[in-house]
Design a protein around this ligand. Structure first.
Ligand code: PGA
Length: 248
């Protein structure tokens, strides 16, 4: 049985009030994670001490140390007990030009350190319009997950169509479910049926308290990676509450 996970990706922003989030995580049967900017990790970890909310990072480098100005070592994250890390978010891929190969190195490093990487995949608008959305996602999964043999249970996937991120154009529940079931099928080709049936696959892209319920009702959607709507504590708490109701 896969448990619903509601994750908040704050990007280069900070939440207005974390307390409703901690409360909602306490009161609902659902896993909750937040991904603050690096410099806020310590503060948010302290503020959430004793709560059920997991604090993760938005990115990491694939090396543990070296001449990489501006980068963050996975070892630094582990020193703060941060194990969850978003890998290959569409903004990393498209704005910062991260390649599939780099993302693959990050996945391998995170898993070798027993971390919990959230591998983000998703097609661009032009790929969807030219009916290449499945082959694009298939390729991202093949490279991102290729050559991985250890700690498969730690892996989380987030399907985030690029055209849906920050645009208000969320995928319809049926379109999202079609891609989630395709993704689960690809995972089963790579890792086998058992691993695929256990793996959490989140949906991301303009999720809010209005549309989350219908998305989470779908068989292969196991939670949400929420950007904009995770920045207001009250709104994010509402999404967590809806996630808890779907879990029962
Ligand atoms: P959004 O962002 O909810 O603001 O569309 C989602 C994400 O980028 O993870």
């Amino acid at each position: 049985m896969r448990r619903i996970l509601i994750a908040g990706n704050w990007k280069m922003n900070v939440i207005d009030n974390i307390l409703p989030v901690a409360r909602a995580a306490e009161e609902n049967r659902v896993d909750v994670a937040v991904f603050p900017p690096f410099v806020y990790l310590e503060r948010i970890i302290n503020e959430l001490k004793g709560s059920k909310v997991v604090v993760g990072a938005q990115n990491m480098h694939h090396q543990e140390s070296g001449p990489y100005t501006g980068e963050t070592s996975p070892k630094f994250l582990l020193e703060m007990n941060v194990k969850h890390v978003i890998i290959g978010h569409s903004e990393r891929r498209h704005v910062f030009k991260e390649s599939d190969e780099e993302i693959s190195l990050k996945m391998k490093k995170a898993l070798s350190l027993n971390m919990n990487p959230i591998l983000c995949v998703g097609e661009t608008e032009s790929e969807r319009l030219s009916n290449k959305h499945k082959s694009s996602v298939e390729n991202q999964l093949k490279i991102g997950l290729g050559g991985i043999e250890n700690n498969l249970k730690n892996i989380i996937i987030a399907y985030e169509p690029v055209w849906a991120i920050g645009t208000g154009n969320t995928a319809t529940p049926n379109d999202a479910e079609e891609m989630h079931s395709f993704i689960r099928e690809q995972i089963s080709y790579i890792f086998g049926r058992n691993v695929a049936s256990e793996m959490i696959v989140l949906y991301g892209g303009s999720v809010n308290e209005e549309n989350v319920k219908d998305l989470l009702r779908k068989d292969n959607i196991d939670g949400a990676l929420v950007g904009g709507a995770s920045l207001k504590g009250d709104k994010f708490a509402k999404i967590i509450e809806i996630g808890g109701k779907t879990n029962i």
